[in-house]
Design a binder for this molecule. Structure first.
Ligand code: AMP
Length: 135
């Protein structure tokens, strides 16, 4: 994986507002928050997209996401939030080191706006069987 701004943050070469760290995970405030408390949770494993992440790093992230979310809600007073995880430039990924956004959603509308162009499912059984076979 190529060098990213998050590699520099992990090495302590540029500062961040850290909220949590363990041997496999770092969480810090997003420098351009969508809403107050917007936090990024990243694995220390240098991986660009989620599909490439090891089971161990994925488990380490999954273990702490709920706890960090609860702390953000407690501090910001928000009761709702989105977890966003972008993979690839066409999917709005700008930093090519896996990261999960935790974005509080406030009653006044501050937070993530989601465009969701839902359609009708086409051959669900066939598609599900193909995905299951690819696992
Ligand atoms: P994404 O579009 O999912 O790749 O999001 C990348 C996020 O990283 C954006 O929300 C940026 O505001 C955030 N970001 C970029 N540089 C920094 C930095 N130095 N410290 C904290 N957050 C950053």
């Amino acid at each position: 994986m190529s060098e990213t701004i998050f590699s520099k943050i992990l090495r302590g070469e540029i500062p961040c507002h850290s909220v949590y760290e363990d041997e496999a995970v770092l969480a810090f405030l997003d420098i351009n928050p969508v809403s107050p408390g917007h936090t990024l949770v990243i694995p220390k494993e240098p991986t660009a997209t989620l599909d490439q992440l090891s089971d161990e790093a994925a488990a380490a992230i999954g273990r702490v996401l709920p706890r960090i979310s609860r702390a953000i809600l407690a501090v910001t007073g928000a009761t709702e939030f989105n977890v966003l995880q972008n993979n690839g430039p066409g999917a709005h990924q700008a930093v090519f080191h896996v990261h999960f956004h935790i974005i509080p959603k406030f009653a006044d509308g501050r937070g993530l706006g989601v465009g969701w162009s839902a359609g009708a499912i086409d051959d669900g059984a066939g598609l599900a069987a193909k995905i299951a076979a690819a696992l």
